[in-house]
Design a protein around this ligand. Structure first.
Ligand SMILES: Cc1cc2nc3c(=O)[nH]c(=O)nc-3n(C[C@H](O)[C@H](O)[C@H](O)COP(=O)(O)OP(=O)(O)OC[C@H]3O[C@@H](n4cnc5c(N)ncnc54)[C@H](O)[C@@H]3O)c2cc1C
Ligand code: FES
Ligand code: FES
Length: 490
């Protein structure tokens, strides 16, 4: 059992014990290290002013991941190198990203600039060349600039990311890798005492027994929900079990029929595999939060939080996915749709941990569509999310699985509409219209700050109609960006 947190900062290995489990990385940087180049704006993961980069070893590769330090707990940096804007210039020479921001006038008041520089720095090491404008938009989806405007920042990024990375970091990857390798070891981490702790078990077995011993502990994966409980709801979470070090929980496996994701696979890592199932999943995942949110947030966290407006649940229910859980020595698997019992209530027992999601691939004769309806393209939660899988036989709908988010207290299927659509010919547009009116029986949505009940009802019907129009080939154009066009950029 290890009793100290270990990570790299300013080229040195930091060893910390005795810190409060809820201490955020941003608080540690600004208040303990006086590393005030990293700014605090919203303190809820939206504005990107606090963006720092974590260098991590993923499948043996050195990766640079932009994260929001405001909602990341200090304990989550175990085994990583923390890079902030102060790390970039070398010997008085600006980093190529910083230099390009100067040349292209990418900064006015400068408040957003460190965060933007760090997002671009991560892209400097990760993005495909040459950078496209679409890729830039994606890279900057989690950074808000209130005064400069994005055009000069885009100019700076496009100029700096023309050729391959050629900074001090690119010159010494072996040094960084070796330093990180030393920190990767397989013992459990436990800091604190039985009544108040930050724990990071290293195996599924030790995770399961710790969760069973402390069913009142908060399970923490990426922290993109839990972080806000601390910074916005001011909750005092005394016991935290971080799942980010559990070996095997971050696996991605593929067979002919199935994709399996361990619960701690991040949205960014899952993106390519999910995109291979259907182009609409590519688009959906690209619109999930921002680069920073996708780098930290996990598939398991998005399901376990039980949100009625989470984006993954409707898509995965439509695909007939199942969820695997572990409690002590026992594992069980259930259809994902049965996991959501009522608003705020899931079929997960105290001490039980979501370990994996199993997603059947589409079979020949199946068609899938997913639509996220939100006010902004990026960094926005859905008002309505509709995901549909159809099995087609001889030009008829043999089976329909229609799942919605934002229409009820849980993600849910539109069973009456499913039944009404079965057997309907794809060429029978009147038949669909009649079947679609069953949505009124399936859902009684509510009005809230995201949308009115009336809007939700209309849009739920419209997206299903659009899916059918597309699948039947009954309309040449149904989208501003044709399906599959907005691929994951960079
Ligand atoms: C700026 C911003 C934008 C966002 N945009 C979107 C969006 O576009 N779409 C969307 O759906 N969501 C969005 N979210 C919400 C959030 O990012 C997702 O729900 C994310 O997937 C949560 O995953 P996480 O790993 O960060 O979960 P955490 O915050 O670590 O945990 C979330 C919940 O799940 C529990 N939990 C986590 N892992 C497990 C597990 N393995 N077993 C059991 N319980 C577990 C935790 O105890 C907690 O209750 C956004 C959040 C922010 C801050
Ligand atoms: S301060 Fe706004 S994202 Fe962290
Ligand atoms: S330069 Fe002022 S907010 Fe971006």
């Amino acid at each position: 059992m290890r009793r100290t947190l270990r990570f790299i900062f300013r080229g040195q290995t930091v060893e910390r014990d005795g810190f409060d489990p809820t201490l955020t990385l941003l608080e540690w940087l600004r208040e303990e290290q006086r590393a005030t180049g990293t700014k605090e704006g919203c303190n809820e993961g939206d504005c990107g002013a606090c963006t720092v980069v974590l260098a991590r070893l993923r499948e043996g590769r050195l990766r640079y991941e932009p994260v929001n330090a405001c909602i990341l707990l200090l304990g989550q940096v175990d085994g990583a190198e923390v890079l902030t804007v102060e790390d970039l210039s070398a010997g008085g020479t600006l980093h190529p990203i910083q230099q390009a921001m100067v040349v292209h006038h990418g900064s006015q008041c400068g408040f957003c600039t460190p965060g933007i520089v760090m997002s671009l720095f991560a892209a400097y090491h990760e993005a495909e060349r040459p950078l496209t404008r679409a890729a830039f938009d994606d890279i900057l989806s989690g950074n808000l600039c209130r005064c400069t405007g994005y055009r000069p920042i885009a100019d700076a990024a496009l100029a700096a990311l023309r050729g391959p990375a050629a900074d001090a970091f690119a010159n010494e990857p072996e040094l960084r890798r070796t330093r990180l390798e030393v920190l990767q070891e397989g013992s459990d981490l436990f800091i604190g005492h039985e009544a108040r702790f930050f724990a990071a078990p290293a195996s599924i077995e030790t995770m399961a027994s710790l969760a069973l011993r402390h069913p009142d502990a908060t399970l923490l994966a990426g922290g993109t929900d839990v972080g806000l409980w601390i910074t916005k709801k001011l909750q005092d979470l005394g016991k935290i079990i971080w799942l980010g070090r559990v070996k095997g929980l971050d696996r991605i496996e593929e067979s002919d029929a199935l994709l399996t994701f361990g619960a701690t696979v991040t949205h960014e890592r899952a993106l390519h595999s999910l995109a291979s199932l259907d182009p609409d999943l590519d688009r959906l995942m690209r619109r999930f939060g921002s680069r920073q949110v996708r780098a930290s947030g996990t598939l398991g966290g998005n399901i376990a939080n039980g949100s009625p407006i989470g984006d993954l649940a409707p898509a995965l229910i439509a695909l007939d996915a199942s969820v695997e859980m572990r409690k002590g020595g026992l594992s069980r698997t259930m259809p994902l749709e049965n996991f959501f019992l009522a608003y705020g209530r899931q079929a997960r027992e105290p001490g039980e941990v979501v370990t994996a999601l199993h997603i059947p691939k589409l079979k020949p004769g199946m068609a899938f569509r997913a639509f996220k309806i939100s006010k902004r393209f990026d960094e926005d939660i859905s008002a309505v999310m509709g995901a549909f899988r159809f099995r087609l036989e001889d030009g008829r709908i043999a089976e329909a699985r229609l799942a919605y988010g934002g229409m009820a207290g849980t993600p849910a299927r539109a069973r009456a509409t499913e039944q009404a659509l079965e057997g309907v010919s794809l060429s029978d547009t009147h038949g669909w219209a009649t079947a679609l009116s069953n949505l009124e029986a399936d859902f009684q949505p509510i009005s809230d700050m995201r949308a009115s009940a009336g809007y939700r009802a209309k849009v739920a019907r419209a997206v299903l109609g659009k899916a059918l129009l597309e699948i039947a080939g009954a309309a040449a154009e149904t989208r501003i960006h044709p399906r599959g066009e907005v691929a994951h950029a960079g």
